[in-house]
Design a protein around this ligand. Structure first.
Ligand SMILES: C[S@@+](CC[C@H](N)C(=O)[O-])C[C@H]1O[C@@H](n2cnc3c(N)ncnc32)[C@H](O)[C@@H]1O
Length: 431
């Protein structure tokens, strides 16, 4: 069946229409005419795959990656980079129009000069397939692992280590299964130091593996995490140090940050520096700042120049790191473990009145308590850093009664994927 592609959806799929229903076509671009197979029919939509491209878009490029169509890690590698950036600004505009009924000016997305090999942390599945150990990602919607030896968006040093780790695992006896070793996480910094974390389903004897891993170039710390839950969510797990340094130091411009395995840290160091410089400019001369969803305290400490600074973060080890980072960056700030909504509400009751609130929530956006506290405390400005345009727009829809948008700036933290990071500065409308 022939379809004409009208646009791209939030996951990077082409959108067409058939019998008044949306058809999502993986890998298709706007303006293209494609011959497709309808694969799935749901009440409101179809999913289709391309059999052949009848009319090709001028923006189509040959993906540099051999396993692009299988892997599922990237979704826009077939679109020329300049158009990826345009797509990201358009996504933000559409979200504001759809969820907040407003059309603010959205700046051009700030991209990378070389949009590859940026990912400084990976978490890969370890699986035994026909007696051979493989490391990779689950294919989209399946439990089939796509092996990756040279991922083009991962840091090159991580790629090298993964090949060595795989060879090592193929030459030792170890329980590799959902109950045994099932995931490996590697995080690196600009100095190429590597923090390796072994995720197992039970307590295991890992001495031999750890000794061999410690001999690999640049490995500075090895950890284990036991996760015997069905979900891969590690928030409530503990990491145990098995070798080397207990923290990795990440440097962003003149600031340094200790990071432990379970702490959040931005995935793209080059873009993080641009993002943080931009936020620092937006913060202006605010005197009392609260950094909500603070992680290891990175944004607040980057912006700091003697202000009254507080931070809130739910992961205990990240707050420990944030406190250590105060010493490292010679900063006087207060960090608390807790949920942003609840802590803000408590502080507001005790009379705390910041003039700038910075929010950098996970994809689900802000909770009710946070929104209500902003509207009650009415800080002069709010900087909202978001990795999800839909929840960003929904939250701003609730804040727009008291705040006006001053600027909207998307950043490309994840080239070749459909993700976009957006920074919005809100200014209180009436004193
Ligand atoms: C997108 S990250 C931002 C971290 C940090 N601002 C940065 O730039 O590195 C979101 C952070 O919010 C934390 N978090 C998630 N839900 C939370 C909640 N309800 N209250 C406080 N922190 C939360 C996560 O642990 C994570 O560190």
């Amino acid at each position: 069946m022939k379809l004409t592609i009208k646009s791209i959806d939030i996951n990077g799929n082409g959108i067409a229409y058939y019998k008044k229903k949306v058809v999502f076509v993986k890998g298709a671009l706007p303006g293209e005419i494609v011959d497709v197979d309808l694969e799935i029919e749901k009440e409101n939509y179809y999913q289709a795959s391309i059999k052949s491209i009848i009319k090709k878009s001028n923006s189509r490029v040959k993906p540099k990656c051999d396993i692009y169509s299988k892997c599922g890690g990237c979704s826009l590698m077939h679109l020329v980079y300049g158009e990826q950036l345009k797509y990201k600004s358009d996504r933000v505009k559409e979200a504001f129009s759809k969820y907040a009924s407003i059309s603010p000016k959205v700046n051009k997305t700030i991209g990378m000069e070389l949009p590859y090999n940026y990912r400084n942390k990976v978490q890969l599945v370890v699986k035994k397939l026909k007696n051979k150990v493989v490391l990779g990602l689950y294919e989209e919607g399946s439990h089939f692992v796509t092996e990756m030896d040279n991922c083009l968006i991962q840091d090159k040093a991580i790629n090298n280590s993964l090949v060595e780790i795989k060879n090592l695992l193929n030459n030792i006896k170890l329980d590799i299964s959902s109950k045994g070793l099932h995931k490996i996480m590697i995080r690196t910094n600009k100095e190429n130091e590597q923090q390796i974390t072994l995720i197992t389903g039970k307590k295991m004897k890992l001495d031999y593996l750890v000794n061999r891993l410690s001999e690999l170039k640049n490995v500075t710390g090895i950890f284990s995490i036991i996760n015997n839950k069905k979900s891969g969510n590690l928030y409530d797990c503990k990491s145990i140090k098995l070798f080397g340094k207990s923290r990795l130091i990440k440097k962003i411009s003149s600031k340094s940050y200790y990071v432990r395995p379970l702490d959040f840290f931005q995935l793209n160091d080059i873009q993080t520096e641009k993002l943080y410089n931009y936020i620092k400019k937006l913060a202006g001369d605010s005197k009392r700042i609260v950094d909500c969803y603070a992680g290891v305290g990175s944004i607040g400490q980057y912006v700091y120049s003697g202000q009254d600074l507080r931070g809130i973060e739910i992961v205990e080890s990240a707050v420990e790191s944030a406190k250590d980072n105060c010493k490292l960056n010679k900063i006087d700030a207060e960090y608390v473990v807790g949920s942003v909504g609840q802590v803000l509400k408590r502080w507001a009751k005790s009379g705390y009145r910041p003039d700038l609130m910075i929010f950098d929530p996970p994809r689900i956006g802000l909770d009710k308590d946070s929104i209500n506290t902003i509207l009650k405390v009415k800080p002069k400005s709010v900087i909202y850093v978001s990795c999800n345009p839909s929840t960003l727009a929904k939250d701003i829809n609730l804040l727009k009664q008291k705040y006006k948008i001053e600027s909207v700036q998307p950043f490309d933290m994840f080239p070749q994927t459909s993700h976009v990071e957006t920074v919005v500065r809100l200014q209180r409308q009436n004193p």
